[in-house]
Design a protein around this ligand. Structure first.
Ligand code: ADP
Length: 326
């Protein structure tokens, strides 16, 4: 088993609230175990540009409550090439780094696995950091809970206006191809309907459901950005053409869902995952991700995390959509 002395940590892909608590836990757990830590700026770009710095316990003071990532993040095309990865490897070896913690989504994990297969002498552990909650191997990803809280706050506010004006609002939420944010926030915000990429909602059914609740003073439909009908504007237009009596409005929540101070859940999850990532490295694990499963931290191989596309939406929540909104 390789003796780890120096661990590099980076955040990559889309930022997510909870990344900072995770960086803090990686740094402090490593230092507690007498390991050195290097922070890499701008994700994989920092590996190629040699943009790295020594981190100490005080480098991560007072960041628990900050959204985003103090290490910054980037999308880095050169890391997808062998040449880019060769440079990254050389830079890490020159600094005597023997392990890497990458915090990000499936693109980040794809890059990490490829790099680790080419250069197995650098151990790699992934931490799932994305608001989309779209990775196998963890019930929750970092940032998902905070994003849901942000969306619910917005739905509550829009509900006030929808109620006052008897309006039908379509609210589009993030999640890429995943409906996790839409499903949770739709239930928590009392939406009349939820449009998810994982299931086909017939627009005829949606219109029938909306028309069958004529006594409702307001209606909110949550649309996941990956829904196959297109965005909230497209769906609203079709509905408006069919139900002329409705005043429809559309709100795209957009990037405000990615920001904000991490919730207590994400602070704790980030801390647990960062702590677990370093401990996994110290046990000699590599090409794994840490994840939360049934309130226990477990490791899953990156290969499995990237190839298993388990349906992640809870059955009971799916069943409740119609029942709780009648
Ligand atoms: P996320 O990690 O949030 O899914 P991206 O899909 O943008 O975000 O991936 C983050 C970064 O991971 C990319 O900018 C790139 O540097 C790296 N990456 C993604 N796919 C690959 C790949 N097939 N090979 C090598 N690196 C990759």
């Amino acid at each position: 088993m390789q003796n780890i002395r120096k661990i590099a940590v980076l955040t990559s892909g889309g930022d997510a609230p909870g990344m900072n608590p995770c960086i803090r836990a990686v740094v402090r757990t490593a230092i507690f175990n007498n390991k050195q830590v290097i922070g890499v700026r701008q994700g994989y770009q920092g590996l190629i540009d040699n943009d790295m710095y020594d981190m100490h316990t005080r480098s991560v003071s007072n960041i628990l409550a900050q959204g985003g990532t103090i290490l910054k993040t980037a999308r880095c095309m050169p890391f997808k090439t062998d040449e880019g990865q060769d440079i990254a490897y050389r830079n890490l070896k020159e600094r005597e780094v023997d392990a890497l913690v990458v915090i990000g989504g499936d693109g980040t994990f794809t890059g990490a696995l490829r790099f680790s297969k080419r250069f197995p002498d650098i151990a790699v552990i992934g931490v799932p950091g994305t608001i989309d909650n779209d990775l196998y191997g963890s019930d929750y990803t970092l940032g998902f809970d905070t994003a849901c809280n942000t969306v619910i706050e917005a739905i509550d506010k829009i509900r006030d206006t929808a109620d006052s004006h008897d309006r039908l609002f379509f609210i589009e939420v993030m999640g890429r191809d995943s409906g996790c944010i839409a499903l949770r926030t739709g239930i928590a915000g009392g939406a009349e309907a939820i449009m998810l990429p994982e299931t086909e909602t017939a627009l005829d059914d949606l219109i029938r459901d909306l028309e069958s609740s004529p006594n409702k003073s307001s209606s909110i439909v949550i649309v996941a950005e990956g829904d196959h009908h297109g965005g909230a504007y497209d769906i609203a237009k079709i509905v408006k053409d069919r139900i002329r009596s409705y005043h429809t409005k559309v709100t795209i929540l957009g990037h405000l869902q990615r920001g904000g101070s991490p919730s207590s859940f994400d602070r704790i999850l980030g801390s647990r995952m960062g702590y677990a990532a370093v401990n996994a490295l110290l046990r000699g694990e590599t090409q794994k991700m840490v994840g939360l499963r049934g309130n226990h931290i477990e490791t899953t191989s990156l290969e499995e995390a990237l190839t298993n596309h388990e349906f992640k939406l809870e059955d009971d929540l799916m069943e409740m959509i119609k029942i709780l909104s009648i």
